[in-house]
Design a protein around this ligand. Structure first.
Ligand code: PLP
Length: 406
């Protein structure tokens, strides 16, 4: 089966618009993806038909909304092949998921210090929450370097592992380099030393099939808005026995079993980690996005996007002075690049005037930029609704902009 991209594009209303009088060429999918009309309609449908606060009401609407929200949790569970829906915790996004885990994990497992291993290609969301714990708990951060191609090597991770290591936290796919890390092998290595692993799947869950049981990862996090779902919703998956050991992150309604001024007892999983009214409209819309992805098929999506990546890489490399940052054999459809010594921002501005939406800058990965010795890049990131014709527009745009800026 192949994707019918012309038909798929009709599902995304925003792709029909123009920018500065030119057809929009949206190549900023690693920042956020566009939403199919059925996801947008689902939000309207929930507010128009069943809106009511969940879990606490006996009345009909509250029960309908609760059922829809809990069914969404099951849809997420099935999507990542988690054994149990109690292991799916809804958050505001990848960033909040990592903050939750860093706080709960360090408070309970790192009281007398210890080390957290990160890699040099992490997004700030997987750096800063751990740094914030440094001052509270005395943990230390160790950083796995990257190779010239933009890959991490198992032996470099193993060298950093010690009796002090409490957790390894790394991204599945780099949002800058596109590198797909060998997480299964890394998890196996970590487990040989009884070290749990957190996978940041913000850049993989929309492109690759994820099976948390096959990977045997201990924690996995991602954001709805990068997988065609609404903003403001994210997921933290954790193995039940590990989540049980962690203290709550925030306090409030929903997460309690009983409250008195003397003592409060906490609710069971997953509610222990979900204080306050959740975005139950967002969760239902996320489930709709997952159904949409499933109907297209992740395997077909992967093949199509791989071809887009191959075509774009080949065509970009034909441009004079082109430098692609991130040369891993295994890449996701993300290409960071620089042209001669043109500032990425200047080129990004000119491309924008041509209707081409790219991202410029450090992509929330300043330590990575520092290790590469650059300030930033231009980044084109693709989704299954992009086409080779759009890549041709990008190539022509870059050539034109380069001529103007040289
Ligand atoms: N991790 C990676 C690898 C990312 O690319 C991003 C966003 O770009 C994040 C984490 C943060 O995601 P969010 O802003 O949705 O919390």
């Amino acid at each position: 089966m192949f994707l019918n991209v012309n038909e798929i594009r009709k599902d995304f209303p925003i792709l029909q618009r123009e920018v500065f009088g030119k057809p929009l060429v949206y190549l900023d999918n690693a920042a956020t993806t566009q939403k199919p009309v059925r996801v947008i309609k689902k939000i309207e449908e929930v507010y128009s038909t069943i809106n009511s606060n969940i879990h606490r009401g006996v009345h009909h609407l509250s029960q309908l909304a609760t059922t829809a929200h809990e069914e969404a949790r099951k849809t997420v569970q099935e999507y990542i092949h988690a054994p149990n829906s109690r292991e799916i915790i809804f958050t505001r996004g990848t960033t909040e998921s990592i903050n939750l885990l860093a706080s709960s994990f360090c408070r309970s497992q790192c009281r007398s210090g210890g080390e957290i291993i990160l890699t040099a290609m992490e997004h700030h969301a997987n750096i800063v929450p751990w740094q914030m714990q440094q001052s509270q708990t005395g943990i230390k951060i160790r950083v796995v370097p990257i190779t010239e191609k933009g890959e991490i090597r198992l032996e470099d991770i193993e060298e950093l592992i010690s009796s002090e290591t409490r957790l390894i936290s790394l991204t599945h796919v780099s949002n800058v380099l596109g590198t797909i890390n060998p997480i299964k092998e890394i998890i196996r290595l970590a487990h040989n030393y009884d070290i749990p692993v957190l996978i940041d799947a913000a850049q993989s869950v929309q492109h690759l099939e994820i099976d948390v049981q096959d990977l045997d990862c201990d924690f996995l996090v991602f954001s709805s808005h990068k997988m065609y779902g609404p903003t403001g919703i994210g997921v933290l998956y954790g193995k039940e026995n590990l989540l049980e050991k962690l203290p709550p992150y925030q306090g409030g309604g929903e997460m309690i079993a009983h409250v008195s001024f003397q003592k409060t007892t906490f609710n069971e999983l997953p509610f222990k980690f979900e204080a306050g009214t959740p975005d139950y409209v967002g969760t239902v819309a996320l489930a709709e996005a997952i159904r949409y992805i499933n109907e297209l098929g992740l395997s077909d999506i992967h093949h199509y996007e791989k071809e887009l990546l191959r075509y774009a890489t080949t065509e970009l490399m034909k441009i004079d002075g082109m430098r692609i940052i991130g040369q891993s054999e295994k890449k996701s459809p993300v290409i960071s690049f620089l042209v001669k010594n043109i500032h990425p921002y200047d080129m990004g501005m000119l491309l924008d005037r041509m209707g081409i939406a790219l991202r410029t800058g450090h992509h929330c990965a300043q330590p990575l930029m520092e290790s590469l010795g650059i300030e930033g890049t231009l980044r084109a990131s693709f989704a299954f609704y992009n086409t080779k014709e759009e890549i041709d527009v990008l190539i022509e745009g870059i050539k034109k902009a380069a001529k103007m800026l040289e």
